[in-house]
Design a protein around this ligand. Structure first.
Ligand SMILES: Nc1ncnc2c1ncn2[C@@H]1O[C@H](COP(=O)(O)OP(=O)(O)OP(=O)(O)O)[C@@H](O)[C@H]1O
Ligand SMILES: [Mg+2]
Length: 243
């Protein structure tokens, strides 16, 4: 069990209504690791995360979580397993305070107020800025603070696998560095993380292993460092650097 993947897809197909986007996805996300999902715009990264969080139905294939077949399970059931999705674009409740947004993450958990307060303190320990701004409306946060709030809300759902779509989009390098440090610390405490990240160097540097997607398929898989050194990957995704 300890070595089994936290989630695994075998031949997964999914999409939107009649439209098929994912074509026979085989991935195993290793427990306790940071895994990156890389691919160009429209490759299907967000769709894959939506399938993993049960937000869209599967059109074929099998989905295992903790070795259990969860194919067809609804989002609430997937969430209850600790598979938590921080969506692209953050999706905060702008008029609500930072703290109320964080508490929304714990909405479906049956835990005491004391436990919620301990979890809030943990999020504030990870992101001290959020503590300073806890009574402020989420809409008034900076982009970086909004991303911290979105990740914090995910943490309030008690994730065992935290899936973050577009970690660094629109954020300054310094903020990205802070977020990366926070993710490393969470991972060091044992949390598994699945990350979509446009900045391929940041992603491959941070992750243990990565899957490369293209046109709804997985086209490569390997250790982060190994992919970073791979001439084909460098040519396809890091070409700008070689000039
Ligand atoms: N709600 C939807 N209805 C129909 N097609 C969709 C929908 N959402 C996404 N698609 C299509 O699915 C494909 C994959 O989109 P997806 O958002 O998963 O890509 P992505 O890899 O996350 O891209 P990006 O890097 O731009 O976020 C695209 O061709 C897109 O047009
Ligand atoms: Mg996307």
């Amino acid at each position: 069990m300890a070595d089994s993947p936290i989630v695994e897809l075998q031949g997964l197909c999914a999409g939107y209504g009649e439209i098929q986007v994912l074509w026979g996805i085989d991935i195993a996300v290793r427990r306790g690791e940071i895994t990156a999902l890389i691919g160009s715009n429209g490759a299907g990264k967000t769709t894959l995360m939506r399938a993993l969080s049960g937000l869209i139905p599967t059109q074929g294939g099998i989905y295992f979580a903790d070795d259990k077949d969860v194919t067809g399970d609804r989002a609430a059931q997937i969430l209850a397993r600790g598979i938590v999705h921080v969506p692209e674009g953050r999706r905060l409740f702008g008029a609500m305070s930072v703290e109320d947004n964080l508490l929304m993450g714990a909405y479906s958990r049956k835990v005491s107020r004391g436990e919620l307060n301990r979890d809030l303190d943990r999020v504030y320990g990870t992101f001290p800025k959020l503590c300073d701004r806890r009574h402020q409306a989420a809409a008034t946060l900076s982009g970086g603070e909004q991303q911290m709030c979105a990740i914090g809300r995910g943490l309030m759902s008690a994730p065992r696998l935290l899936m973050i779509d577009e970690l660094s989009l629109g954020l300054s390098p310094l903020l990205v560095e802070q977020l990366v440090a926070a993710l490393r610390a969470l991972n060091a405490e044992g949390m598994s993380i699945l990350l979509v990240e446009q900045d391929v160097i940041t992603a491959l540097d941070l992750c243990h292993s990565a899957f490369i997607m293209d046109m709804g398929r997985i086209v490569r898989h390997g250790e982060g460092a190994q992919l970073l050194a791979d001439p084909i990957i460098r040519d396809a995704y890091l070409g700008v650097l070689e000039t």
